[in-house]
Each structure stands twice: as C-alpha cells, then as structure tokens.
Design a protein around this ligand. Structure first.
Ligand code: HEM
Length: 166
C-alpha cells in the first residue's frame, strides 16, 4: 500500500504540477513571445511530454484503482454511500475526462498546429493558414484551461477524501 501511495502521489503531483505551472504561467508567456519562439519551444517539449504524460496517466489510474480495491475490499458499494467514496469516484471520473482531453484533443491538435507551422516556415502565412492556426491554438488553449480546472478539482477531492465520512 505504501508503494502504491508513493507512486500515485509522485506521478499525481507531477501531472498536477505540470498543469499548474503550464496553464497560468508558461503557456500565456510563450504565447506573448509569439509563434517564432512558441513554436520551437513546444516542438522541443512535445516529444518528451507526450510519453511522460502517458506513463503518468497509466501509473496514476492503476495505483488509484489498486488503492481503492485495497481500502474497500469487495465492498465497492461504499463508493456511492460515503463522502470518501464520492470524492474518490468523482476524482476517478474527472481523471478520465482529463485523459480524454489530453490525448484526444490537446496532443493531436498541438501536433496538427506544429505540422502547419512547418509548412509555413520560411514564408509569410496565407490568410487561410493564419485562420487555421488561430483555430488550432484556441482549441489547445481551451482544452488546457479545462484540464487545469479539472486537475485542481481532482487534487482537492483526493486530498480531502480522508476527512470525509468513510
Ligand atoms: C490527476 C489525477 C490524480 C491526482 C493528482 C491524485 C492525487 C492524489 C493524492 C495527492 C492523494 C493523497 C491524498 C492523501 O493522502 O490525503 C491521492 C490519494 C488517493 N487517490 Fe488519487 N489522484 C489522482 C487520480 C486518482 C484516480 C484515477 C484514482 C482511482 C480511483 C485515485 C484514487 C485514490 C485513492 C484510493 C487514494 C487514497 C485515499 C485515502 O487514503 O483515503 N486517484 N490521490
């Protein structure tokens, strides 16, 4: 249980830390510096960030489910009858939403934006390309903002769960 807890918290803090640093601080600053800087920085980050986030998601969900089964052996019904259970269940569902947004929207849309940036490189973009780039960036920004809020809610649910009736 101690090992599951350590892995869960370490990887959880890592993902939550990324969103808490990137969404309010890093991404707005990069946006302000303009595409000439934002593009290469994101291009350098993505190949590292994507696999690290994938491993983190698997470890967090795996250890989270394992801890739930250990703490509530054969009695998952209490997930819906206790405050502790509702906190963990809500955290679990919101984590799934975060994963879908990260791997279904943020990463694929970010990759499409990078591909477009490579096509444009070395010449002024056409009005259509500017419009398309704006749309892709807005999608990444919105999904990242939503994930930031969800990560904070999951973190609060997990941290407060033990103080709710169990
Ligand atoms: C981004 C996602 C997540 C983050 C940041 C996160 C974070 C945390 C943290 C910091 C704790 C320690 C709380 C404490 O010791 O007071 C915790 C505990 C726990 N988490 Fe998560 N977690 C996440 C997702 C999940 C998922 C998907 C599950 C699956 C059911 C889960 C199940 C649990 C359980 C069972 C505990 C132990 C609660 C207790 O000891 O009462 N977590 N989590």
């Amino acid at each position: 249980m101690a090992i599951l807890r350590i892995l869960h918290i370490l990887f959880g803090v890592f993902v939550a830390g990324y969103y808490m640093f990137a969404v309010p601080i890093l991404l707005p600053r990069l946006k302000r510096l303009g595409p000439a800087i934002q593009g290469p920085v994101m291009q350098a980050l993505m190949p590292v960030l994507t696999p690290v986030m994938m491993v983190s998601a698997v470890v967090i969900v795996g250890t989270g489910i394992a801890m739930t089964l250990i703490l509530r052996p054969g009695n998952l019904g209490t997930l819906f009858t206790t405050g502790w259970g509702w906190a963990i269940f809500t955290g679990f569902i919101l984590t799934l939403v975060i994963i879908v947004l990260a791997f279904g929207v943020i990463i694929p849309t970010g990759l499409r934006a990078q591909k477009l940036a490579r096509v444009i490189q070395g010449r002024p973009p056409t009005p259509d390309e500017v419009k398309q780039m704006g749309k892709l960036s807005a999608q990444v920004e919105t999904a990242s903002n939503v994930n930031f809020v969800l990560v904070v809610i999951v973190l609060l649910a997990m941290l407060l769960a033990r103080y709710f009736p169990s």
